[in-house]
Ligand binder design. Structure first.
Ligand code: FES
Length: 134
C-alpha cells in the first residue's frame, strides 16, 4: 500500500504535533538518589529545612510533617536569588524582592510569576529519596 500525498502530510503533521507535546526534556531519564537524614539533622524535625547541593542543582528540602518532605529548586524564578523556608509563615520566601511560595513551590506573591520547579521526594526510613533528571 502506498501513501498518498494527503496521508503523508497528515502523518507528518501528527508527528510534529507529538514532538511539540512531548519535548525531549519530558522524556529525559530520571535517577533516584538518597539523602541520609543523619547528615541533615535539620530535616529530622517537622518544619526543618535545608538547602543542599545535589549534582548541579541547589534543592530546598522542607520537612512538612512526620511523613512528608518537599523538595523544590532553591533558585527563585524571578532573578535567581536563593530562597529560604520560613516555618513561622509556612512559606518559602525570597529576600531579594519579596516573592513568596507555598511549601510545594507554587508562587503566591510576586514579582516572581513562575512557581519553583519541584522534585519527587519521599521519606524512606532514615533517608529521603529524591528523583532528579540525569
Ligand atoms: S529574585 Fe526572588 S523575588 Fe526577585
Amino acid at each position: 500500500m502506498s501513501l498518498t500525498r494527503r496521508v503523508f502530510l497528515k502523518l507528518s503533521a501528527a508527528a510534529t504535533a507529538a514532538l511539540a507535546l512531548f519535548p525531549r526534556a519530558a522524556l529525559a531519564a530520571k535517577k533516584k538518589m538518597a539523602v541520609p537524614l543523619a547528615k541533615v539533622e535539620k530535616l529530622k524535625a517537622v518544619d526543618g529545612w535545608a538547602v543542599l547541593q545535589i549534582k548541579d542543582k541547589k534543592v530546598l528540602f522542607i520537612r512538612e510533617s512526620e511523613t512528608k518532605v518537599n523538595a523544590v529548586s532553591a533558585e527563585c524564578t524571578h532573578q535567581k536569588c536563593q530562597v529560604a523556608y520560613n516555618p513561622a509563615t509556612k512559606r518559602i520566601e525570597c529576600a531579594c524582592h519579596g516573592s513568596k511560595f507555598t511549601p510545594a513551590g507554587q508562587v503566591l506573591n510576586g514579582p516572581a510569576t513562575v512557581s519553583l520547579p519541584n522534585y519527587n521526594a519521599a521519606l524512606d526510613g532514615e533517608r529521603i529519596i529524591i528523583e532528579m533528571e540525569e
